[in-house]
Design a protein around this ligand. Structure first.
Ligand code: SF4
Length: 351
């Protein structure tokens, strides 16, 4: 593993090769700290000491007709998660305020389901306009499932900045994790987002039985798709889903995955997503040296660590919250989920 060569490429914004990406995933423990240091240099080249905070607002939960095996909201799931159709404007407003008070720069508006109807798009457009009007500097990312060109354009025209639609896993592995839609459908949605001018946010879930080659495939596919934000989720194998009990991740493996993603996407926002706390555990501080973005507080249907703990972690790493002008991070607000989340599951892999 030639870390000097990989670092030099990264500092120029260029990806390492597929062979080197595989070598990163297969590196041994003696090489782990030098690997983290290399990925950290690249991270600092493009993002300095800043960490972007993202805050999830769950507009609609559960009741999905799709069968993604990793998801607590899937068809037939018996996972103990809340199910509701569209939160009220007051609930949404309170959640947004809590996230922004905690230092979030981006608000992620998420709804379960295959994709939005035109009425749903109009509803979300109104929510986006309301947030933009009250908080003009806030970035808004929406995650509503499959959208066509017209729906993507409408969301963009009403103020949405970005759209999350994860590829999740390699094309060759996709049939193992979902039968109700295809990888190609997800890939086509990314094209619609880009055509509409929405910044494409798309990432992965690792720990679902994929091979190293498949993991490298999907990370390179994201690069080829031109995504600017890459959430890296670590499988939360909750009861009531087909992947319940599936446990293949270690903190060291998670660090290698993050290093590989950073070295393939040197200048993209790389985010440690759901499962960060459970799988990285005491190694979260090393992960923050490679990623430049995290979710603040809770996830869609699972609880993260508190917003206060996230801010302490950032400060302990010698990093600063993006938008805080290098000042001490703001006082954390108490995390305010729209409704109390159960011991649920989803890994922000919403379509
Ligand atoms: S990931 Fe999205 S599409 Fe798949 S089951 Fe969950 S909510 Fe539905």
């Amino acid at each position: 593993m030639d870390l000097a060569k990989m670092t030099a490429l990264g500092l120029q914004g260029q990806s390492i090769s597929r062979e080197d990406a595989l070598a990163v995933l297969r590196s041994n423990d003696d090489e782990l700290m030098p690997l983290v240091a290399a990925a950290s240099r690249v991270r600092r080249r493009f993002f300095g000491n800043r960490v972007k905070l993202n805050y999830l607002v769950n507009l609609k939960s559960g009741l999905c007709p799709e069968d993604c095996t990793y998801c607590s909201q899937r068809l037939g799931s018996s996972a103990d998660v809340l199910k509701y159709s569209w939160a009220s404007p007051d609930e949404i407003g309170r959640a947004v305020e809590a996230g922004l008070a905690g230092g979030a720069k981006r608000v992620c508006l998420v709804a379960s389901g295959h994709g939005p109807s035109e009425r749903d798009v109009n509803r979300v457009n109104g929510i986006v306009e309301g947030i933009k009007s009250a908080h003009p500097g806030t970035e808004i990312c929406v995650c509503l499932g499959f959208v066509d060109d017209d729906k993507a354009q409408s969301l963009h025209d009403h103020g949405a900045d970005a759209y999350n639609h994860n590829l999740n896993t390699a094309e060759s592995h996709y049939g193992e994790v979902c039968t109700t839609h295809t990888y190609e459908q997800r890939r086509a949605t990314l094209d619609a987002l880009k055509a509409a001018g929405l910044s494409p946010c798309s990432g992965i879930i690792t720990g679902m039985g994929e091979t190293d080659e498949e993991l490298v495939d999907v990370v390179f596919a994201l690069r080829e798709a031109g995504v600017r934000s890459v959430p890296v989720n670590f499988l939360l194998p909750f009861d009531g889903t087909p992947l319940a009990g599936h446990d293949e991740l270690t903190p060291q493996r998670c660090l290698r995955v993050l290093a590989m993603v950073r070295l393939v996407h040197p200048d993209a926002e790389v985010r440690a997503g759901a499962g960060r706390e459970e799988h990285l555990r005491t190694q979260q501080s090393l992960a923050l040296q490679m990623v430049n973005s995290i979710f603040l507080g809770d996830y869609l249907t699972s609880e993260g660590q508190s917003g206060a703990a996230d801010l302490q972690l950032i400060a302990d790493c010698g990093l600063v919250v993006e938008g805080s002008e290098g000042d001490a991070p703001r006082e954390p607000a108490t995390s305010v989920p729209i409704r109390r989340r159960g011991v649920g599951t989803d890994v922000l892999a919403n379509a």
